[in-house]
Design a protein. Sequence first.
Length: 316
Amino acid sequence: MVNGMKVLITGASGFVGRCLMGQLSRQGRFTATGVVRRNAGHTSGEHLAVGDINEHTDWSAALHGKQVVIHAAARAHIMADTAADPLTEFRKVNVVGTLNLARQAAEAGVKRFVFISSIGVNGNINTRPFTAEDTPNPTDPYAQSKWEAEQGLQQLACETGMELVIVRPPLVYGPGAPGNFGSLVRWVEKGLPLPLGAIHNQRSLVCLDNLVDLIITCIDHPAAANQVFLAGDGEDISTTDLLHGVANAMGKPSRLIPVPAGVLQFGATLLGKNAVARRLLGSLQVDISNTREVLGWTPPLSVDEGPQRCFDTNRD
């Protein structure tokens, strides 16, 4: 382990980035600088504002003296995306913007680039657990842009010698989670009923604390160089069981109505919400055995402990 290593974290005001900055600040092993679009009263560590991330972003000041870059910033799924060509919009940030940062990082002498990708690169549903060795099969614009970024980064790493670490997390849950899961958590917190009491799917998820622990492991682990790692809690869980766990951790009643999954799928189809239904009702399993073996890493929290830790109102 290298104490005092200087790390740059993009997306430092985001769901993952905030937690990562906080953990690094508490550990004290690394000196972390967070990149945000605009400075707005951040409290953990040092932050720099760079504006929008695209092909024109100047990273020179942020990269000065840095040894590792953790790129967590991205254009993510947008609930009501009105772009005529979503893939083009995703590419501007997730592909072109990422590669612009990586090129400047290599030129600045950065040793390692840790890219937070997505399990969507593998696909969005499966009948056997995904592995890092599987042929990529992205099926939506966001995942496609992440896969294209991975390919560009791998080529750049070969050309420059900068080490590349790719982390593909499945759905990340925790306090303040964005997207559909965050909406469900807010419903649970309010004690409102949800028609998700009879979902018997199997999903690999990763709690925020486990993902952050894995990312920190990848900062300086010698065996992480030029590897792709899948993230996860190590055990699979149904949507119903997860929401029961979240409610229990919050000290709230889990008002889950047992509506058959087929009925929910039919309703989602009528409403044009198939993508949402797939994430809530379908199965997506991830095999993290390679991550465990290569890094000697074990998720600190189990699927039983994850919700309790993530939604404990007394957490530090």
